[in-house]
Design a protein around this ligand. Structure first.
Ligand code: OAD
Length: 274
């Protein structure tokens, strides 16, 4: 076993002793709920529990490509609430950017599409947006990119944008470059997923680990390398190995505890207030 005990204090010692220089972080919607963005699967507050008004065959249909092709409107009703712009990074995002600043972040794998990692100042070369993002968009038929300003206008009115090539040339629906069900993940995900294998510490934050292939990432962590879960609930296989540490509860609270153990509290709070 690598850690003295299964605690955040022991994780902090592991970092402070210089044994963790290649930290891999894996995140999901739970790290953005404190910013006011709903997650997907929380029973009362999650998006999937609140989609009844959209009359979907099932909640996940809102992110389903075949469904979008026939009925893109529900997605745009939702996009209005999810579209990045007015959200501030959370303590958890800022902590990850501190890791980067200290040269300890090997790679961040996020499932989030809210662009808050970039907003927190994490260098883009250290981020894999496994499910894409709202940063760019294109026609789902001919793949022609669509301008950002027009996209913002449509989203703010919950209108469905159509291909800029026009009705006679294409007229396909435009979709942000977020990964829908039945779509492949960005090639970057497959190119970088081996980096998990180099990790000397893995942090998993705010994800239910229900969606594959992302959910398989924690399994690539080498044996004997500590995996720490910051989440409301226990998920995946986290907690089953000798060096797994479970910090159950809200992730910002858990991250603040770890920062405190590291002596990074002042720096974390100062960066977060910026
Ligand atoms: P989920 O909504 O499935 O899971 C969020 C997890 O975070 C749950 O385990 C919550 O209990 C936990 N959680 C919520 N708020 C938290 C907080 N403040 N602190 C700690 N934990 C908290 O979201 P994801 O795992 O990200 O795909 O979902 C994965 C994918 O499913 C998403 O990327 C999305 C969705 O379909 C696409 O949009 C393509």
């Amino acid at each position: 076993e690598t850690l003295r005990e299964r605690s955040l204090a022991a994780v902090a010692e592991h970092i402070k002793s210089g044994k963790a220089r290649r930290i891999v972080v894996m995140t999901g919607a739970g790290i953005s709920t404190a910013a006011g963005i709903p997650d997907f699967r929380s029973p009362e507050t999650g998006l999937y529990a609140n989609l009844a008004k959209l009359n979907l065959p099932r909640p996940e249909a809102v992110f389903d490509l075949p469904f979008f092709r026939t009925n893109p409107k529900p997605f745009y009703v939702l996009a209005k609430d999810l579209y990045p712009g007015n959200f501030h990074p959370t303590v958890s995002h800022v902590f990850i950017s501190l890791l980067a600043k200290k040269g300890l972040l090997h790679q961040l794998f996020t499932q989030n599409i809210d662009c808050l990692e970039r907003a927190a100042g994490i260098p883009s070369e250290l981020i894999v947006e496994a499910h894409g993002s709202f940063a760019t968009q294109r026609c789902i038929e001919c793949r022609t990119p669509y301008p950002d300003d027009l996209m913002r206008e449509h989203v703010s009115r919950a209108q469905v944008p159509r291909c800029i090539r026009g009705p006679t040339e294409c007229d396909g629906f435009v979709k942000p470059d977020i990964v829908f069900f039945h779509e492949a993940l960005p090639t970057l995900f497959y190119d970088r997923k081996d980096l998990v294998d180099h990790a000397d510490l893995a942090l998993v934050l705010g994800t239910s680990l229900q969606v594959h292939p992302f959910a398989g990432l924690p399994e690539y962590v080498r044996e004997g390398v500590p995996r720490v879960l910051f989440n409301m609930e226990r998920v995946g296989s986290l907690g089953s190995l000798a060096d797994d540490v479970l910090e159950l509860g809200d992730c910002d609270g858990g991250i603040r505890k770890l920062a405190d153990e590291l002596g990074w509290s002042d720096e974390l709070e100062a960066e977060w207030r910026k």
